[in-house]
Design a protein around this ligand. Structure first.
Ligand SMILES: Nc1ncnc2c1ncn2[C@@H]1O[C@H](COP(=O)(O)OP(=O)(O)OP(=O)(O)O)[C@@H](O)[C@H]1O
Ligand SMILES: [Mg+2]
Length: 592
């Protein structure tokens, strides 16, 4: 039964593992082959030192047993000392070099990960847990660095030691060597058995770690909600559960890796018994050439051999776990961006031209179509408003125009040019945006505004801050960071930072998504006036629930569940007596 299970086992390396290893080698190690050879050189010298040591031990013993010359003994001692000095020097050079190599390889890999991540679509970040990204970029990359720089190099050194010492032992007595290795096939069989199990446990452990990290991130970011809804116990039990499953899996992993070790010790016991018994018999019997010194040297060699052999075996179990980490890292690279520059992308286009959606179809997920052939025109140099019920797709229209997502059908053109033909940087350069969900970084307000145009002059930043009515706050707060995600600011203050950013960018196309919804009436009036001025010479798209702030627009679209249900000027729409007119009437009522 054991044999049939063995046959069902997957090989030590799956096809994917081989692809991953190949990728890692080609991308990060191949270019350093010369240095790897130097590392290998230091390893070979270490191995050779061991082998010579054994040979010398034998001659030393021969001197003792056969009444040789005392000077001979001194010579042996000096050479042994020198050999260990050489080995010592290599023990210094080898890790220095290998850690340097591995750290650089992993740095390069991390840099590649960072730039790859920047190229990925927004939708990737909307479906991937932040903990999973952090896990790959931080833990897995770090663990791989250690594995390549230390575990692998040590394993190669140990393997070289094993091979060299074994070669010498075979030379001493092939029969004894065969006898001492009698249990080897069993050990290899055992390692194959546990390897798949190790991989499975490691994969679950990585998963658990990713969940734990995501959980921490969500908890820390959402503390206000956690506290206000009394969910501290719920949160802590959720995190505790994740932490416990990490512990359980670490123990299981260690247990699986440790399975091999007792058998190796057992194997060494068998080997020693056979060598002492068999070797002793051979030394006593005149039929064999082996003498007492030979048997003692052989035993000594076995002692030297077993420690590294044990570590090589351990390395294979660690390798299995690290193959899973490698797969984790490589899988990130297999994510391909779909929003990329066309090969013949242009950077020059008419930014002041009309923005037109021709029969645009779009859905966020397979089974939930949002737009099914929508047509809209945002006239160049004019202000167009989009109003409509919540979830009707207003923000999505802005996202599509900025090509944060690709359309599934139809086309969006700016000045007659399809946006897929425009280089992404050039396209996005054309927009100033005040988004509905404002992102504030943990730096000063000043730095937050400057974020959208790092080369802006101080005057320009002050000017933008004035326009957005945030200058006073900058003076009050100075350079103090505003807390993670701007936690130390009020909603309206955050919104004004976003508006200041739009002023600073002052790009030809202005997109305002509920840009003033969080401001008090007086501030809103002020900001609204400056925004209207900003939009005067530009193509402006304004999304707002407050109809009073879009009444001045040159054209208004009214949306309802992914469709345009009315359009026209404010006067047309009020006259039409449709949804807009009723919304307007209701809002006016509210102000009375
Ligand atoms: N990133 C996303 N992934 C999946 N579905 C999304 C995503 N963003 C929005 N949706 C869905 O698409 C629809 C339109 O969303 P959108 O944000 O465009 O609405 P909206 O008109 O801007 O609403 P609101 O007035 O509330 O801001 C909604 O049903 C929403 O649930
Ligand atoms: Mg919206």
């Amino acid at each position: 039964m054991l044999l049939s299970r063995f046959r069902e086992r997957k090989p030590l390396f799956s096809q994917q593992d081989l692809v991953n290893l190949r990728w890692f080698w080609d991308s990060y190690l191949k270019s350093k082959s010369i240095w790897l050879l130097v590392v290998l050189g230091t390893i070979l010298i270490q191995g050779a030192a061991y082998q010579q040591f054994l040979a010398l031990t034998k001659s030393g013993l021969n001197v003792i047993f056969e009444n040789g010359n005392a000077w001979e003994l001194v010579r042996v001692c000096v050479i042994v000392f020198l050999l260990f000095s050489v080995r010592g020097l290599m023990s210094y050079l080898n890790p220095r070099l290998s850690v340097w190599l591995a750290s650089n390889a992993v740095l390069q890999m991390r840099e590649d990960m960072i730039s790859h991540l920047m190229r990925l679509d927004l939708s990737f970040f909307e479906r991937t847990k932040s903990g999973e990204i952090i896990l790959r970029m931080v833990n897995q990359a770090q663990a791989l660095s250690l594995f390549v720089g230390q575990a692998t190099v040590n394993a190669v050194r140990d393997a070289v030691t094993v091979i060299m010492v074994a070669a010498y032992l075979i030379y001493l007595s092939p029969q004894l060597f065969m006898a001492s290795m009698i249990i080897m096939p069993f050990i290899i069989f055992l390692m194959l058995m546990v390897s798949e199990h190790i991989k499975m446990v490691q994969a679950s452990a990585e998963n658990a770690m990713g969940n734990y990290m995501t959980g921490i991130e969500e908890m820390a970011g959402g503390m206000r909600t956690v506290k206000i809804s009394n969910q501290e116990p719920g949160e802590s039990s959720r995190l505790r559960k994740s932490a416990q499953s990490i512990r359980d899996l670490s123990i299981r992993l260690q247990a699986a890796q440790a399975t091999v070790l007792p058998f190796i010790d057992l194997a060494s016991a068998v080997a020693f018994v056979l060598v002492i018994g068999g070797g002793g018999y051979m030394a006593l019997s005149p039929a064999y050439e082996l003498d007492g010194a030979g048997v003692i040297t052989f035993l000594f060699g076995l002692v030297l051999l077993f420690t590294p052999a044990r570590r090589v075996a351990q390395f294979f179990t660690k390798l299995q776990a690290n193959l899973i980490l490698l797969e984790g890292v490589h899988s990130l690279f297999r994510e391909t961006p779909t929003i990329t520059d066309a090969p013949d992308a242009i950077t020059d286009f008419d930014v002041t031209g009309d923005i037109v959606l021709h029969d645009v179809a779009f859905r966020y997920s397979e089974n939930a179509p949002l737009f099914d052939g929508i047509n809209m025109t945002f006239k160049g140099g004019k202000t167009t408003a989009i109003v409509g019920s919540t979830g009707s797709g207003k923000t999505t229209i802005l996202s599509l125009v900025a090509r944060l997502y690709n359309v599934d059908g139809g086309q969006i053109t700016i000045g007659g040019q399809p946006i897929e033909k425009i280089g992404i940087r050039a396209l996005r350069e054309a927009f100033s945006v005040v988004a509905q969900d404002i992102v504030i970084f943990n730096s000063s307000i000043w730095e937050n505004i400057r974020y959208v145009r790092p080369d802006a002059s101080e005057d320009a930043i002050w000017e933008a801050a004035e326009q957005a009515a945030i200058a006073e706050l900058i003076q009050q707060r100075g350079n103090k960071p505003v807390g993670p995600k701007g936690a130390q600011l009020s909603g309206g203050q955050k919104q004004r930072i976003a508006i200041a950013r739009a002023f600073l960018r002052s790009a030809p196309i202005l997109m305002l998504d509920e840009a003033t919804s969080a401001l008090d009436q007086r501030t809103e009036q002020h900001v609204q006036d400056t925004l209207t001025k900003l939009g005067e010479s530009k193509t402006a798209i304004v999304v707002s629930h407050r109809l009073s702030s879009v009444a001045h627009a040159d054209w208004i679209y009214v949306m309802e569940s992914g469709q345009v249900i009315e359009e026209g000027t404010h006067a047309d729409l009020v006259e039409n007596d449709g949804l807009y007119a009723s919304m307007y009437a209701a809002q006016k009522q509210g102000y009375k």
